[in-house]
Design a protein around this ligand. Sequence first.
Ligand code: NAP
Length: 284
Amino acid sequence: MTITAATQVLAVFGNPVKHSLSPQMHAGWIADHGIDATYIALEVHRDHALDTFRAMRRLGLTGANVTVPFKEKAKLAADICTEDVAALGVANTLVWRNGAIHAHNTDWGGTRAAIDEAVPDWIATARRAVLVGAGGAARAMAYGLMRRGGPDMIVVNRTREKADDVARFLKQYGPAEARDWSALPAAVAEADVIVNASTLGMKDAPAFDWPLERAKPHAIVFDAVYAKGGTALVNNARGRGLRAVDGLDMLVHQGAIAFDIWFGVKPDAGKAHARLDAIMAARP
Ligand code: NAP
C-alpha cells in the first residue's frame, strides 16, 4: 500500500501497547476492503492521555481505539458519548467527525457477538453466569451478556468491594450479586456461563487452578484473555468437552464493530481470527 497525503490515519492508544494485535487486525481488513488508511500503535505517556485524545480534533485522525489504562480518559475527552459509554463510564473507540470526538464502547458488543457466533442458542439455556473480575472488561462483558434477556450474574473478584460495586451497577440490567473469592467453586457449579474478565491467564499472571471439575456439562466458558496456543482456562474447558469462547473471538468482534463505525463496512471477523492465530503462533 502506498501512503499519500490523503491516507487516513487511525491508531490504538495505550501504555503499554507494543503487544497489541489491533494494528495487524485492522491492517488486514483495510487491505481486504481496499481502503486508503493506515493504523498504528501509539504508546501515550500516562500523564498526557487526555491532551493526546483531544489533539485528535487538530490532527484530523479518522479514529482510534483506546486500551488499558486510558478507557476512562477516552470517555472524558469525548464531546459526544453513546448511551453505552455513558452507562459503562469507559470508551474503547473514538471517531473524529465534523470537528467533534465521538466515543463508543465496542467491548460489550464484541462480547455479545463472540458468544452469539460461537453458541448461537446460548441465551435460551443461560439462566445464570459467573463473572470473575471487576475491572472495565468485567463491566462491559457482563453488560453485553445481560442485555436483552441475558443471564443473572454472580460477580466474584479477588477484591470483594469491587465485586460489590460491579454487582450494584449490573442490578440495573437484571439480578446480580457479589460473592467472596472463596465461593468461586460453588458459583462455577451453578453457572451456565463462566466468564473470566480478570487478568488471570495473561502471559505473566500467576497460574490459577480453575475449578472446572464443578462445571455443568453444558456450561460455556468465555475467557477475555488470549494466549498463544490458547489460555489454560480455554484449553481445560475444551479438554472437558465444554464449549469455549476465547479472548481472540472477543478481540476480533469488538474490532469489527469499531471498523464498521469508522468506515461503514462490516469486516470478516473469522478471517481476522485466522490471521491473528497465525501471527501469535509465530511469536516466540
Ligand atoms: P483491570 O481493570 O486491570 O482489572 C483486572 C481484574 O483482574 C481485577 O478484577 C483484578 O482483581 C483481577 N486480578 C488481577 N490479578 C489477579 C489475581 N492474581 N488473582 C485474581 N484476580 C486478579 O483490567 P481490565 O481492563 O478489566 O481487563 C481484564 C482482562 O480482560 C485483561 O486480561 C485484558 O487483557 C482482557 N481484555 C480483553 C479484551 C478482548 O478483546 N479480548 C478486551 C478488554 C479486556 P482486583 O480487583 O482484586 O485487583
